[in-house]
Design a protein around this ligand. Structure first.
Ligand code: AMP
Ligand code: MG
Length: 403
């Protein structure tokens, strides 16, 4: 194995090979999680007209305090043509159009309603309880810049501004291919030496959360012919992610098969634990990640390299992973030459994120890893990291990881 690349260098090499996917028009209501490709401008002023922020009476501020005659009522979506004359009030609901010549709204709670008249004891100031036209945004102003991920509030902002569709990067088409003669699907019966396949479901779920359209192929046995057939098919996508078969054993066929199919190997081996023998290559516009088969190695490799690539493919401004800072809840012993990505539990104490590495840090221990809510980055080194040392970590909180 050539000298191992650092995690940062390996990620940089991945990201330089990313070409942002072409865009497509997406209905605003379907755009949650999509990445905006072209700037979007508001089509209308928001609010579009001066409207009331309270249920009350539209008045002329100069008429207050005073007793005013109620001459009409306005509801949301039901304006009046009537301009307010001195001494008059018009009933108005929240969101109603403020009538001509009215310059304030007195909330119901602040007056006495006597049916034909309202008695206002206090003076109100001009513009009180009126939402001015355009005070949220003016038509033509940018609401979403390229590279922004649409969130539910942004989706509402787009809809409120009259935007029915948005140009967004196409979703990456990702193929997940697991390798290993020993793999069987949960639910099947196991022969001696066989195990349940678990990486496929995990990887597919991780990538779908990042906006990918995932195709899962059947696990491929560790024989050359099966690999050749499967990889021929599997490479027809934006991103191929395999698991297993990237170490140095006689049954590790992934690198050889990728080479036979014209894939340029960009690197093999990253100075990290778990997940060292990760391989990355490209064929045409297709990115290929060969993750090691141990489930936690596959998880960490996917989080550190595949998820950022998926974000970058969609043109996200920040592709991450974005580390947060916390402190160790217990001392840890680093590896001399590799960064360690330790699974940990977070406790929030006195404003700090305190990270407790879980027992069970071996790369096959997916059940132990599934209890983690953080992946803690322990730099390579010889000296023990003491309790309370500051460390970087990625959060596993059910949402996109490290985004
Ligand atoms: P490999 O990277 O192919 O040498 O596999 C390393 C370890 O991970 C072996 O114990 C495999 O049985 C296991 N493994 C490989 N692929 C999977 C998978 N898809 N699901 C669960 N375990 C796997
Ligand atoms: Mg294998």
């Amino acid at each position: 194995m050539a000298p191992l690349l650092s995690v940062d260098e390996a990620l940089a090499r991945v990201l330089t090979r990313v070409v942002v996917l072409p865009s497509e028009s997406v209905a605003t209501e379907r755009a949650d999680g999509r990445v905006v490709a072209c700037a979007v401008e508001a089509l209308v002023d928001l609010p579009l007209f001066p409207s009331s922020s309270m249920d009350g009476y539209a008045v002329r501020a100069a008429d207050t305090p005073g007793t005013l005659t109620v001459v009409d009522r306005v509801a949301a979506g039901r304006p009046t043509d009537r301009a307010l004359k001195p001494g008059e009030a018009i009933g108005i609901a929240t969101g109603g159009v403020v009538p001509e010549c009215a310059d304030a709204v007195v909330p119901i709670e602040e007056l006495r309603d006597e049916g034909e008249t309202v008695v206002i004891a206090q003076a109100v100031s001009a513009r009180a309880n009126i939402r001015d036209r355009g005070n949220d945004i003016a038509a033509g102003t940018t609401i979403a810049r390229p590279g922004t991920t649409v969130s539910p509030p942004l989706l509402a902002a787009l809809a409120a501004s009259g935007v029915a569709s948005v140009e967004c990067a196409r979703r990456p088409r990702v193929t997940v291919l697991t390798t290993g003669t020993e793999l069987r699907a949960p639910g099947e019966s196991l022969e001696p030496g066989q195990i349940y396949e678990s990486n496929g479901a995990m990887l597919a779920a991780l990538f779908e959360r990042e906006g990918a359209v995932v195709t899962r192929l059947h696990p491929v046995a560790d024989d050359e012919e099966a690999h050749n057939t499967a990889f021929g098919l599997a490479l027809e996508c934006d991103v191929l992610v395999t698991s297993g078969g990237v170490s140095v054993g006689p049954h590790d066929l992934v690198r050889r098969t990728l080479a036979a199919h014209g894939t340029e190997e960009v690197f093999w081996g990253v100075a990290m634990r778990p997940g060292k023998p990760l391989v990355f290559g490209v064929r045409g516009d297709t990115l290929v990640f060969g993750l090691p088969g141990n489930p936690v190695s596959s998880l960490v490799g996917a989080v550190l390299f595949v998820l950022p690539a998926l974000r970058a493919l969609q043109g996200r401004t920040v592709s991450g992973p974005v580390y947060r800072q916390g402190v160790l809840g217990a001392a840890v012993t680093p590896r001399p030459e590799r960064e360690d990505f330790a699974r940990a539990r977070i406790e929030h104490r006195a404003g700090l994120d305190v990270l407790f590495p879980l027992s069970g840090q071996e790369s096959h221990m997916i059940v132990a890893a599934s209890a983690a809510d953080a992946l803690v980055r322990i730099p390579a080194g010889d000296a023990q990291l003491e309790e309370a040392a500051t460390v970087d970590y990625l959060r596993f909180d059910g949402g996109p990881i490290g985004a």
